[in-house]
Ligand binder design. Sequence first.
Ligand SMILES: [Mg+2]
Length: 123
Amino acid sequence: MKALIVDDSAVMRKIVINAIAQMGITDVGHAADGQEAVKEALSGNYDLVLLDWNMPNMLGIDALKVIRAKGITTPVIMVTTEAEKSRILEAIKSGANNYVVKPFQPEHLIGKIKDTLAKAGTG
Ligand SMILES: [Mg+2]
């Protein structure tokens, strides 16, 4: 199980990495903006993408649209401070599999990941 952690905040990437390590996911890649996220996701070796919304160069939501347009079906969970219902709906419509609002408890993120992988048939 390899996860791509996308966030422009190094501190937040660390928080996510520490959280998923608690469920045994220690094989991780990083990206600090949407463009890097697309590049990494296209390399094809990821089983899960945890994707921030607000980032420089390319927003997470736009990276998600590009990733899906390229035919990549890797489960994507948005992990973002954007908590409005309209945002969540936009993400789901754009191909996100799940949604976690920051700040989060590690157990909450782990639960969402387990649900997402189970539904995707890869957990
Ligand atoms: Mg951000």
